[in-house]
Design a protein around this ligand. Structure first.
Ligand code: KG4
Ligand code: ZN
Length: 334
């Protein structure tokens, strides 16, 4: 089955084409340079740029795969959660294709797609616990099979990636901050400052990261950077986020008696998160899996592979399907 995947949920325009889960071609067109000027994503600028480039990227992807539009059998598109204007560009483009080619549409939940990205490179047995941590979402999922999952916990305020981005911004570092914080943290002492591990002792799987960002700002304003370096602050901050994610995720796996944990989302590219999850997972006899870094970040291949699974299960969407900006906790959508 040849599936075209489209993701325009945030600031990357991505289109991919998969044949039976094999990537024939994929383009991720980053808008980072456009938004860097403003220190974060500007929704109106993002949707305009998606609109300017999506048709060209679509044609380029087909050319690279040596395919014609009529070869596409299913169009799979992210319909939420995300920035509504951005989502609507991808969704409208997908609907236009389906309508003109008389092929089915599959709407995909972006968080579901992050949880399925691991399937681009391997098979994983169900059920598993998914930790999806990115700039827009931080969720712990019980993934029952390829087409259904339950949200066990979510951040109550900032996403983990957002916390990385805000810490970077505080130090005047460019957007997006995660990768830069990780690089700087490599030269710092992760146990130097005892930042809190928010909500780790509470029985809920919900998380909170905005207080941690405030703790960092308060620390630097009060103590300054005389005794400790910026690298120490960032390493300690990263450790607090990572340890919170690891403890919450592994507790969910233990409580659900699930032996496999899968990571996804931009923050899953973080080496320290990968390392600590594997280390602690091993102690609990759990298998920890994660996609290659390029598939942790937003990409259309994960949307296409999720669309492949949904199409196989007959889960097609009507041509009047709506985009949605937020995901209700505990609810599988769309
Ligand atoms: O999944 P993604 O590309 O987009 C969203 O769906 O949000 O994730 C982007 C987020 C940004 O907040 C970025 O700072 C963070 O992931 N990120 C990282 C790393 N690489 C990207 N955070 C920590 N360490 C990294 N290596
Ligand atoms: Zn994402």
């Amino acid at each position: 089955m040849i599936v075209l995947g489209i993701d325009t949920s945030c600031d990357d325009t991505s289109v991919a084409v998969l044949k039976d889960r094999q990537i024939l071609s994929e383009i991720v067109s980053s808008q980072v340079e456009l938004h860097r000027l403003f220190g974060g994503v500007v929704p109106e600028i993002a949707s305009r740029r998606h609109l300017e480039v999506i048709d060209k990227i679509f044609l380029e992807v087909l050319k690279e795969a040596s395919l014609e539009p009529r070869d596409i059998e299913v169009v799979s598109v992210t319909s939420g959660p995300g920035l509504i204007g951005s989502l609507l560009v991808g969704l409208s483009f997908a609907k236009g294709l389906c309508s003109s080619l008389s092929i089915p549409l599959v709407c995909v939940n972006h968080v579901h797609a992050h949880a399925m990205s691991v399937f681009l490179e391997r098979d994983v047995e169900f059920p598993f616990i998914g930790l999806i941590a990115s700039g827009g979402h931080t969720m712990i999922l019980l993934v029952e099979n390829q087409t259904s999952f339950t949200v066990l916990g979510t951040t109550r305020d900032d996403a983990a990636g957002e916390a990385f981005d805000k810490a970077a911004k505080f130090f005047g570092l460019p957007y997006p901050g995660g990768i830069i914080v990780e690089e700087l943290a490599r030269n710092g002492k992760k146990d130097r400052i005892p930042f809190p591990r928010p909500m780790v002792e509470e029985r809920t799987y919900d998380m909170s990261f905005s207080g941690l960002k405030t703790a960092l700002i308060n620390y630097v304003r009060k103590e300054g950077l005389n005794e400790v370096s910026r690298a120490d602050v960032l390493a300690s901050f990263q450790e607090a986020i990572v340890e919170t994610l690891v403890r919450k995720t592994l507790r969910a796996a233990e409580d659900c008696q699930v032996k496999t944990v899968v990571l996804g989302g931009g923050v899953a590219a973080n080496e320290r998160l990968r390392e600590l999850m594997v280390e602690r997972g091993k102690e609990m006899n759990m298998t920890v899996l994660f996609p290659s870094k390029r598939f942790c970040l937003d990409n259309a291949s994960m949307v296409a592979v999720t669309g492949h699974f949904l199409a196989r299960a007959g889960r097609f969407s009507p041509l009047d399907a709506a985009a949605f900006s937020r995901m209700a906790p505990g609810v599988y959508g769309p």
